[in-house]
Design a protein around this ligand. Structure first.
Ligand SMILES: O=C(O)CCC(=O)C(=O)O
Ligand SMILES: [Fe+2]
Length: 350
């Protein structure tokens, strides 16, 4: 179901229509994405890369004695979202001021405002992905962002690598025109990041094509919440993939409650106070709190369905589902799902 590299087409570049609101709106309505070369400040992103990877080196994810900018993973270390080992370092990276500030860059705010014709803000929950080499069962599977981030279908995801990201490092691929399905498709359990995937039979008959590119630092891919997309596997020998995916919404649209919390705070407790502890500016702290945003509850139905499917699959011996439940049980906590996962794992080990 994952396309062969030879079936991947190039992303269409839209630099020629930057600043032309009408043209941008027409193109995203047609293609379901917009891709810009070197949209973001390369020097700022290089500095961000240096800072993020230095924190990862301190956390023993980057090989000691190597230049952090090279992003060479420590041999033998692999973890991902959902693992307690992942949040231990991820939340250290999350404290980085420049990481959060980069989402507020004028060029980003202007571009997303031009695309929607509305006043836009970055959602509080910024996201970084720190993906280990050759850990491909955990690659972000085929999905639509709405199941994770909710709010409205109009929210825009902006994905950008923090460093060059050739195809083999596992950048993002989008299914061109797939936003036109106009609804959230069925998502199922997946071991990959986010835990939910769309099966091929849902969209293959549409005959749409997958698009990606050899991304360079500064390049930025923007798409709405119904566009079907996935990450490609990081099949490099030893390099970590580092990227940002931040979401932008109109100030007068509702926001789902969990998007006002730090990323992965639900997996390992982490607060804004901890995030901001070493910042030297308050400009972008709690910036969303005084503008009267309408906060709506998270819809748990998507993740609950994924969990139920994982339980069913685990009972029939599916190793990916067993791995998923073991990870959940290891995280611990006093939730119903943790209790169910622990009981089920005990039952199947008897
Ligand atoms: O970077 C990844 O692996 C996943 C990113 C993604 O799904 C997104 O930006 O919405
Ligand atoms: Fe996504």
């Amino acid at each position: 179901m994952i396309p062969k590299t030879t079936d991947l087409k190039e992303l269409r570049e839209s630099n020629d229509i930057l600043g032309n609101s009408q043209a941008l709106q027409e193109r995203i309505a047609d293609d379901g994405y917009l891709f810009f070369r070197k949209l973001q400040d390369v020097n700022m992103l290089l500095e961000l890369r240096r800072q993020m990877l230095t924190t990862m080196q301190d956390g023993r994810w980057i090989q000691q004695g190597t230049d952090p900018l090279d992003g060479i993973a420590e041999p033998g270390v692999q973890c991902t979202e959902g693992d307690v080992e992942y949040t231990a370092v991820y939340h250290q990276v999350y404290r980085n001021q420049l990481f959060h500030e980069s989402a507020h860059a004028d060029v980003m705010l202007k571009t997303v405002a031009d695309i929607t014709g509305r006043e836009m803000i970055p959602q509080p929950q910024k996201v970084a992905r720190l993906w280990f080499p050759n850990y491909t069962a955990h690659t972000t599977p085929i999905h639509q962002d709405y199941v994770h981030f909710q709010g409205t279908y109009d929210n825009l995801t902006c994905w950008a690598p923090v460093g060059d990201c050739p195809v083999e490092l596992g950048g993002l691929a989008v299914l061109k025109g797939s936003h036109k399905v106009g609804e959230v498709l069925d998502h199922h359990f997946s071991l990959g990041a986010g835990g939910l995937m769309i099966h091929g039979e849902e969209f293959e008959a549409l005959g749409l094509s997958w698009h990606t590119t050899n991304y360079e630092i500064g390049d930025t891919l923007i798409f709405p919440a119904l566009t079907i997309h996935m990450a490609l596997p990081n099949i490099t020998e030893d390099r970590l993939r580092v990227s940002l995916d931040n979401r932008y919404q109109a100030v007068d649209d509702p926001i789902a409650e969990h998007m006002t919390e730090p990323h992965l705070a639900s997996m390992s407790p982490f607060t804004w106070q901890q995030t901001y502890a070493s910042w030297d500016s308050q400009e972008f702290q709690y910036y969303w709190e005084n503008i009267g945003m309408q906060v709506i509850p998270k819809d748990w139905s998507f993740s609950n369905k994924g969990f139920d499917e994982a339980c069913l699959l685990a009972r029939s011996g599916n190793t990916e589902a067993l791995h998923h439940l073991a990870r959940l049980a290891k995280r611990g906590g006093d939730t119903k799902q943790v209790k169910i996962a622990k009981a089920l794992l005990e039952e199947v080990s008897d």
